[in-house]
Ligand binder design. Structure first.
Ligand code: NAD
Ligand code: AKB
Length: 316
């Protein structure tokens, strides 16, 4: 990859929770002209950011190839996906988009030689892992979403070793952000709670108060993504997905922290089907390989994240 200004970047699934914030960060770093955003949904919102947008279903191989050819793409951030809770409602669609969508991106990279960022998730782990997931813990997920993410990691390792594709991945924990609502995941409660706390001041949480999961503020996740993509290829021993240093807190600890800022906030806990998916994931992850191989560390702790989430939601 040459100088930053030479990058020609495609973002798939760009209108989602991560995509919209990644677009802002990429356009700040490389210029909005360097980017084309795509999603299966339509939008006019990107015009004001000066970013080109094209509607694209990631399963449309010809449409994807046209964009890659026409814009001479040399870097792809592949975010088009179906998340855990939506995936359980439609396993076949989840497999199709998460696995065959990635396959399209990988196959074309053999021909057009672009680099790929493809996120994995803490959902690759299953309940046999225990409280803390290590980088090389067992990968026996019980959700279809987790199964597609393990498959995606294996595909990334295979295309890297057998076809020399420069693909990189992170096992994101639950991501907390205020700009775009999350799209059908299990960790969505940790975002919804902030919206409720700053509006109605009441939230009914769909997991139990003791549910503890790995989480991260979106700004740290975006920085991790950019830092991984800037890391020298020879330093990276993992292509499927690095565990990331993460926060780990229970739903109750989160609501208590919010109450420190919003004194009259009330939270009740009525677990639904998503409790089962949360129970199958670890409480925490060991992200030391990310620290060791490409130098990542967290900037936001629970305290700082809560303060910034609440002030951002109040001011916007
Ligand atoms: P999201 O649901 O908010 O966004 C996904 C986007 O993909 C949506 O805008 C959707 O319209 C689009 N999409 C769906 N089907 C498509 C198709 N057929 N063609 C093109 N676009 C399509 O998800 P997100 O949170 O932004 O997640 C992005 C990636 O990060 C996913 O791979 C997800 O598994 C991973 N991830 C996210 C989190 C998190 O907490 N947000 C955690 C772990 C991993
Ligand atoms: C989800 O809950 O599905 C996502 C994830 C952790 O992958 N946020």
């Amino acid at each position: 990859m040459g100088e930053a200004s030479e990058r020609r970047i495609l973002v798939t699934g760009a209108l989602g929770q991560i995509g919209m914030e990644l677009l802002r960060a990429l356009s700040f770093k490389h210029g909005s002209n360097a980017i084309i955003a795509t999603d299966i949904r339509e939008t006019n919102d990107l015009e004001k950011m000066g970013i080109k947008f094209q509607k694209l279903d990631i399963l449309d191989l010809e449409g994807l190839e046209d964009i890659i050819k026409n814009f001479k793409i040399n870097e792809v951030y592949h975010l088009a996906a179906i998340l855990s809770a939506s995936g359980e409602k439609n396993p076949s669609l989840c497999w199709d988009i998460n696995v065959n969508g990635l396959l399209n991106v990988l196959e074309l990279s053999r021909k057009y030689k672009y680099r790929i960022f493809s996120p994995s998730s803490i959902a690759v782990f299953g309940s046999d892992v225990g409280k803390i997931a290590l980088q090389n813990s067992l990968l026996n997920p019980s959700t279809i979403y987790g199964i597609t993410k393990v498959t995606g990691e294996l595909m990334a390792e295979y295309y890297h070793s057998s076809h020399d594709v420069d693909i990189r991945g992170l096992r994101y924990p639950g991501l907390i952000s205020w700009e775009v609502m999350p799209g059908g995941g299990t960790t969505d409660y940790a975002v919804e709670i902030f919206h409720a706390a700053t509006s109605s001041k009441k939230y009914t949480c769909f997991v139990s108060e003791e549910t503890r999961l790995p989480m991260m503020y979106m700004k740290d996740a975006i920085r991790a993504t950019l830092e991984l993509m800037d890391a020298p290829s020879e330093k990276l021993t993992i292509r499927g997905g690095y565990n990331l240093p993460s926060l780990s807190f229970s739903a109750k600890e989160l609501s208590e922290k919010i109450k420190e800022e919003i004194l009259d906030f009330e939270c009740e806990y009525i677990p639904d089907h998503r409790q089962e998916y949360a129970n199958s994931w670890p409480d925490d992850v060991d992200g030391s390989m990310s620290e060791k191989e490409w130098g990542f560390s967290l900037e936001y702790d629970l305290d700082l994240m809560c303060k910034e989430m609440i002030s951002s939601l109040k001011n916007n």
